[in-house]
Design a protein. Sequence first.
Lengths: 684, 83
Amino acid sequence: MEARLADSLDLVLPALPPELVPPDKLPALRSLAAALAPTIRCGFEVRLGDSASEVDFQQGVLALPDERERLRAHISPDGPWNGVGELLDRWLDASSPLSRGIEALWLEFDRPPLSSLSVFVGLDRSLADPAGVAYEALDALAGRAGWARSQDALGRCIGACPDGAYVSHLGLMLGRAAPFLRVNVKRLEPGDLEGYLREVGWPGRPDAAVELMRELHPLVDGVAVCLDVGAHVQPRLGFECHLEGQPPAEARWARFLDELVARGWCTARKRDALLAWPGLVVPEAGAGAWPAHILREALLHPPDDFTTLERRLNHVKVTYEPGATPAAKGYFGFLHRWLQPGLDGDEPERATAVRRGGGTGVPGCLEAGTSFLLASRTSAGWWRDFAGSGDWNYAARWSDAWVTAFAGVALAGIPDRRARAAAERAWRLLVERQAADGGWSYNRAAPTDADSTAWVLRLAAALGHSASRAPATARLALERHILPGAGLTTYTEDACPGPGVPALASPDGSGDGWCRTVHACVTAAAATVALNGEPLRESLRRTQAADGSWAPYWWEDREYATALAAEALAATGRRGDRDRVDRAVAWVLRQPADSSAFASAWQVRVLRLADTGIDARERLDRSVGWLVESQDGDGGWPASARLRWPRQDVTDADAIDVGGLATRDDSRIFTTGTVLTALAGATP
Amino acid sequence: MTLQPALAFLSAARRDEVLRAEVDALGDGVTEASLVALAGRAGFEFSAEDLQRAHALDWRMRWARYGGAQHQPDGPAHRDGLH
C-alpha cells in the first residue's frame, strides 16, 4: 500500500487533547490524511475562545527537492488540485522565477471532510520583484481570471511594505465560490501599521487595530499582520503571534496564553491543552506501526540518528474586526525530526570560568588558554563549536569531530603534559569515530568531508601516529576528494549533503559549489598530510591570488587559507615557492593589524615564515603583543572565526549576493585553538 | 516469537553494504511487506509485527548507547533542544 500521511497521524492522535480536537472530528481527519502525501509537516487550527469545535488541517512542503517532488507525484489533476500541480511544476522549474521565489507551500483544509482547499505560498523575503513572483504563483494556482479582481489591492499590499517588512505568505481560498486572497506581512512594526493600513486602503479607523498590535507585540517574538484581500482590502485583520521556542523552556508561551485567557479570548482548558502539547513521539512496541517509509530511511541513517515525531506549538492568531470582540485561534502540529542526541547534546557545557594561569606574557597566555580548552570539552572529551542559531542550527548544528581535531592539533603543539594528554584522548575518540570510508565528518550527522579528514590527519601527524592504520585509510579517503588535475573539494559527489534548509538549496539542485569546486582552504590544510602532497601544492601555486593571498571557500577571513597555503609551500624549500611565501607575507603586511584574534593569529603564522625584513619582525611582535593583551579573563579569546556556508551551487564564495549562511565559533574553541598555535610558534 | 531475526536484520541492514543498497532501492514506495520480503530473501524470517516490535526495541537499545541511559527521549531536556 502506498505511503500516506495517515500512517504518521495515527501515531500522534493519542496525544491530541480532546479540548482542542474533539474525538468526533478524528474520523474526518483520518479520512483526509489517508488521501494526502506522506510529508510529515502538519498543523491543526482550532478556535480558542469558546467551546467551538471546528478544526482545520494543514500540510506543509518546503523548497527541498524531495518534498516537492513527492507531493507532485501524489496529487491528482482534479479540480483545485490542478492548480497546485501547475504551481509545483513551475516551482520545480529552475528557469522559473518561482524556483527561487517560493520557500514553502502549505495546503489547508477547512473543517474536514468538507475539505475546501486553501493554498498558502511562502515567499522569499529578499525578492527583487515580489509582485512578479506573487502574480505568477497565483496565475499558476487559479489563472489570472481567478484572482484578477484582487490584483490592484494586492499590488498595494506589496508596494506599501516599509523597509524591512515584506509579504511572507499569500493564501488563495480555492474551494470557495468567491475566492479571496490572504496576505501575510511580516516585520511590520506597530508604529508602521497605521500608515500601512491607510496606504493599502483598509476601511475604517486604524486606532484600535494599532493599539491591539502594540499590546501583543511585546508578548512574543514577532507579529505578522494578515489581511483579507478581495476587490478591496477587507475590514478583518489577523495578528499572527510567533514565539521561537517551545514550552516549557520558553516560559513566554504560558504568559502569553494567560493573557489571552484573562481577556476572555482563550479558555483555561484550551490554554492548558496547548501548553501540554509539545513533546516527542518515539517508536513504542504495541503503540502503532511506524511508517514504513521512515523505517526504511532509519536503516539508511547512522545508528545515532533517531526517528521521532515532534509535537510543536506554531503560533496564535488574534483576529480583529472593527466593532467585534477579538477572537483567537491556536496553531499547533507535528513534524518528523531526526533526533541526534549522539552529538553529546546532553552533556554539560563548561559551567565555570577558568582561572588565569600564574605566568605572564606568552607563557602565561599558553597556560591559561590550555586550561580554557581543557575545561571546554564535553565529559566524553569532545570539543564542540559553531552551534549557530536559526537556519544554521537546522542545516549544520555544531561540529564535534572537525573542531576536536583542530583543538587537538593546537594542544599537541603546546609543551604541557595536560595538553598532550587531552590531544591523545581526542585522537582516540576520533579513531573510534572514523567512518567506513576512512574519513571523518563535521559531526556524526554529516557525510565524510576532506577538511575534517585533513585536520584529523594533522592531529595524527602532530602526535606521531601517522603510521598507524587509521591515518593510512584516511589518506586514501582524501584521494577521493581530489578533482582531476586540481585540488581538493570538500565533499564527493556521491556523498554530498543535502541543503537542509532553503537558504542553502540551489534552484536546480546543483551541488557544484560543495563537491565540484576546488576549495583552497581545504587543499591547504591537507597539503602536508595527503598521500601525495605535490598535486595539492601545485593547485595552491595556481590559485594564489595576484595580491599574494589565497581565497577560502568556507571562511570569511582570507588569513586562514593564506597561512596554511604559505606553510605548505614554505616546507618545500623551492625557490619559486619561497617567492610565493614572500608574496603572502607582503599581503599580510598590507592587511589591517589586530582586527580580530582569529585573523591576527593566522597573520602571525604567515609572518613567522618571513625570511628577513624589519617590517615583518615589528608587525609580528606587535600582533603577538596584541593577542596576549586581548585574551579573555577565562583564558579564551573572543569568538572571531567566521565560518560561512555558501549555497550549494555557489562556486565563488566571495561573489556578492551568493546566499548561504554564516556563524562564529560561539564557544570560542576555534579562535582559542588558533591563537594558541600561533603563540606557541612565537615562543622563543 | 521471531524477534531475534528481525533485530538481526536491522543490525545487518546498517552494516552490510549489499543489504543496505537493497533497502535503499525500495525507494519511497516501500511498505512493511516489501521490507519483510527483502529480509526473507536475505535469510531473516519474521512478520511485519515483529519488524515493528524489533524497530521499537532497537530504537531503545541504540538510545541507551548513544543518547545516554539517564535521559528520556521525550523528556524536557530534548524538548528544549528542538526548535
